[in-house]
Design a binder for this molecule. Sequence first.
Ligand code: NDP
Length: 333
Amino acid sequence: NRVYRLAHRPEGTPTHDAFDRSEESVPDPGPGEALVRTLYLSVDPYMRDRMRAGESYAEPWDVGDALRGAVVGEVVESNGAGFEVGDVVTGELEWADYATAPGTELTQIDPDVAPLSTRLGVLGMPGLTAYFGTREVAQPSAGETFVVTGAAGAVGSVAGQLAKLQGARVVGFAGSDEKIAFVEDELGFDACINYQTTDDYRAALDEAAPGGVDAYFDNVGGEITDAVFTRLNVDASVAVCGQISMYNDEEPPAGPRKLGQLIQTRATVEGFLVRDFQPRFEQAAKQLGRWVGAGDVAYRETVTEGLENAPDAFLGLFEGENIGKQLVQVAER
Ligand code: NDP
């Protein structure tokens, strides 16, 4: 049983030596627990924060702790956990081939409803983040202009499509021409700006969003957000979902730098955490499933094969290597 543990707390951008892979025995499930064989492991930007000591919304890992993440797996042993052998479940488990968890922390999945991987992407936490962040926080109306950063990623790709379903004009920011093509051609955004090859974000926004920005879904922060703030309209709403451009910084940035824009626009800026919407997850996931089934919401996944490649998959998030949801396939069902 391969298990990944935190080798040390990385400073700045993590490298492979932050991940310690050990060969350990398969754990025995305690009373009320299940032993789960990992099929898919999700790697997510917030995991960078868990590698840091100190305050965050996610509990920090200690050096030596097993890394954890959202997993879809198969129950191989149940010690009164309330599952049958062979049941497919999801929950937060270790980065490992096998891990135990209390039955109360696992949710059964019907494997016939949707591909299992979607439970970690479009129908899972990232899709739900897009759902609540767009519909409850940013709240674009028909005819308004909605801007989303990280537009080709797990959250941003869905957020933009949900804003389109609300009738908004949707503009994305993403980091490669392949991503721009995906966002404009497959997801149907009105425009997407390649921030890696565009020097003047403001001019690019003026062209893509001539009427200004009414709702902004921010996944990355930094200079792109500065530029979007200068193009906010009166009464605009800003949903602060993530700030990935700063997750590897050791020093907090000087800023936010464009708060003056909020005075003249009377814009509202609201941070949110998807977990606060937990009571409504099931209903929202069903709605997302209906849209995906009807072809109204498209999704993509970047699936890295093999647990041994999980660190690469995680580090790739900060290099923009993924299109859509980044997953690791650990085993076949
Ligand atoms: P993504 O699938 O979007 O993957 C990360 C992407 O971020 C990369 O592909 C890359 O795309 C982009 N990126 C990386 N570094 C930078 C940078 N320096 N500047 C600009 N873009 C960068 O991840 P998720 O969809 O899972 O998460 C998106 C954001 O949402 C993250 O900030 C995450 O922390 C946040 N989040 C917040 C939640 C909440 O409850 N508030 C819940 C879930 C996620 P590109 O090539 O375009 O640069």
